[in-house]
Design a protein around this ligand. Structure first.
Ligand SMILES: Nc1ncnc2c1ncn2[C@@H]1O[C@H](COP(=O)(O)OP(=O)(O)OP(=O)(O)O)[C@@H](O)[C@H]1O
Ligand SMILES: [Mg+2]
Length: 309
């Protein structure tokens, strides 16, 4: 929270009753629970019997997942197993074919644009290939969601952005342009942007990809710390077993459209399940498929059954 000398804490109240530096704040409703109709449930996000296909191609087939409040939950699985798809379904960018996703007891419905807009204000997302806006400074990148979703006076916005950048150790980089910072720093700026609106739910898609080991550790610690400080719930999609296991409370393994294993990191490390073992011990051979599904090589090369023998 900003050290703003306000009579009330910004973000915890709404309407003109809240003042800050002597000014009435007209819209400060960016941080008070999803909407009043939300009922308190232990799981912030609940997924039941979720099915999703791209055209004829089934991607997710009957998935159940719980994301308890306050926890960091890792979702792991091979490339193309549907991890990003799950995040996009939770964010309402895709519509489920069947099954339900509830956030604080309210159903996600991608077709209801107005409701999704309100729900997304409470979600922060670090995209898999999410670059910063290259023609905006670090400061303006973090300010962007605040300008989009909350009508804040300039000096409050300024303090809030600096607090977010401070949280990721980059307050002094506020005036730099994205081209002037390293890849690891850019990831942290994206993180500050993802938490700009103090989200209840933070989704990270491959936050460690392309980072050196030190930046990876820093990012992992930040994810855990931001989750705990903000009292959020975090969904961490990653291939990286060590970093994910070091901060997650619970792990789901996804393969070929299904949850094949789930449990605490310790339980997963001790698991005898061949899929989990392959993943945790980074073995090349095992049930995790290497090839994108489809025709065999022999079929593509037009080899006859006889020639294959
Ligand atoms: N827009 C799309 N149209 C058709 N198929 C898609 C589309 N986006 C993704 N897919 C397919 O859906 C499957 C799941 O994709 P998804 O991006 O969820 O995988 P992922 O688990 O996040 O993989 P990675 O670890 O490589 O990021 C993949 O086989 C992919 O080819
Ligand atoms: Mg992905």
């Amino acid at each position: 929270m900003p050290a703003c000398g306000a009579e009330s804490t910004p973000g915890r109240h709404s309407g003109a009753a809240v003042t800050w530096r002597g000014q009435a704040l007209h819209v400060l409703n960016y941080n008070h629970g999803f909407v009043s109709s939300f009922r308190p449930v232990p799981n912030l996000v609940e997924i039941r019997n979720l099915h999703f296909s791209y055209g004829e191609r089934s991607i997710l087939s009957g998935i159940d997942m719980d994301f308890p409040r306050g926890q960091v939950i890792a979702v792991m699985g091979g490339s193309g197993s549907g991890k990003t798809t799950i995040l996009r379904l939770i964010g309402g960018q895709l519509q489920a074919g069947a099954g339900t996703i509830e956030i604080s007891g309210e159903a996600v419905d991608a077709r209801n644009a107005k409701r999704m807009y309100a729900m997304r204000r409470k979600m922060g997302m670090l995209f898999q290939h999410g670059a910063l806006f290259t023609d905006l400074s670090v400061f303006e990148n973090v300010a962007f969601p605040m300008r989009e979703h909350a009508d804040l006076p300039d000096d409050l916005l300024h303090d809030l952005v600096l607090m977010k950048l401070h949280a990721v150790g980059l307050r002094n980089a506020a005036q730099l342009m994205p081209a002037e910072i390293s890849g690891g720093m850019a990831r942290r700026v994206a993180l500050a942007r993802a938490i700009a609106l103090d989200p209840q739910l933070i989704m990270y898609d491959e936050p460690f990809a392309g980072l050196d080991p030190i930046s990876m550790g820093v990012t992992a610690n930040l994810i855990r710390r931001l989750n705990d400080v903000l009292g959020s719930t975090s969904i961490l999609v990653s291939h990286d077993v060590n970093e994910s296991f070091s901060i997650a409370d619970y792990v789901y393994f996804l393969s070929q459209g299904k949850i094949v294993a789930h449990g605490t990191p310790d339980a997963m490390r001790a698991s005898a399940d061949p899929y989990v073992r392959q993943f945790v011990h980074a073995e090349a051979d095992g049930p995790v498929p290497f090839h994108y599904p489809g025709a065999t090589l022999a079929e593509d090369l037009g080899l006859s059954a006889e020639a294959q023998r």
